[in-house]
Design a protein around this ligand. Structure first.
Ligand code: NAD
Length: 260
């Protein structure tokens, strides 16, 4: 991997310091140093036997119990134990706290930006910490629901509940994440577009920038586009700076230059 050069970092730090408004657009690569696999790339979860078609809204609608069983396996493969924010999350939280970043627009559903202390986090693809009733819209914490599904799978249906249902109305519960084939939360996406369009600098970090419409936010900035990623992305050609490297190195180095 080509590491981000010192000159590039200095130039980006300078732009960030002078930017009246800046936002970060983050992807799965920002959580990779916390031990959470990405979807794509050579270590991506789709290379390990999971099939993205199993997590499509159509599968949920026709086979909610099968969907939930596979979803539980995916969840356990992605979040095998307790995970914590890493230095990349910390760097973005520090930049926000010191007034150099207005918001984090994230494709991640793991809540690690918030745990690192970022305050304005727009979850473009929802949250894996919640579930939502398809019938009445009631939301609830996800983990107790996953426990019910786990018990049902392990007992062959003797215990637990799969598919899990709503305590209020009996409707089927769905993870509060954007499934393949679903639209993004309208209000959140509108707000994210406004923030991106009004930014003097957009820092796209740890994202393959291939999942739309979230990736299209990178093109909305009226100012500079900076891409920080381990691999090339389709936006590199129109980026003002590309910092190739590990987000857990590059983002703290950038923070240190801006805050020093
Ligand atoms: P992606 O999997 O398409 O791309 C991740 C990118 O991060 C890759 O280009 C990879 O090269 C890069 N990367 C990996 N480790 C890195 C590191 N340490 N430093 C720098 N770059 C690194 O992810 P995406 O663009 O976010 O889109 C995928 C979709 O996957 C999103 O919809 C998101 O909701 C979902 N997802 C979320 C999580 C999570 O919540 N943590 C994890 C996996 C996937």
């Amino acid at each position: 991997m080509n590491e981000a050069g010192v000159g590039d970092l200095d130039a980006v730090a300078d732009r960030l310091e002078r930017a009246g408004s800046a936002v970060a657009l983050t992807g799965a690569g920002v959580s990779a140093p916390s031990g959470i696999p990405t979807f794509r790339g050579e270590d991506g979860i789709w290379e390990t036997g999971f099939d993205e078609r199993d997590f499509h809204i159509g599968r949920f609608e026709t086979d909610p119990a099968g969907f939930w069983r596979d979803r539980l396996d995916l969840h356990e493969a992605m979040l095998p134990g307790d995970v914590s924010p890493n230095p990349a999350h910390d760097a973005l939280a520090d930049l926000e706290a010191r007034g150099h970043l207005d918001a984090v627009l994230t494709q991640n559903t793991d809540g690690l930006h918030q745990r690192a202390g970022s305050e304005r986090v727009l979850e473009l693809h929802g949250s894996n910490r919640a579930v939502e009733c398809r019938a009445c819209g009631q939301t609830a914490a996800a983990e107790p629901v996953r426990e019910r599904v786990r018990a049902a799978v392990e007992s062959g249906g003797e215990a637990g509940e799969n598919p899990p249902t709503c305590g209020e109305c009996g409707g089927v519960l769905e993870p509060a994440v954007v499934l393949f084939g679903e639209v993004l939360p309208r209000q959140t996406f509108r707000e994210a577009r406004e923030l991106a369009a009004g930014s003097d600098l957009l820092l796209a970090a740890g994202s393959s920038l291939t999942v739309h419409p979230a990736a299209s936010l990178a093109a909305e900035t009226r100012g500079s586009l900076v891409v920080v990623n381990a691999e090339s992305t389709p936006a590199d050609g129109r980026a003002d700076h590309v910092l190739r490297g590990d987000v857990a190195d590059v983002l703290p180095a950038l923070r240190d230059r801006v805050l020093e």
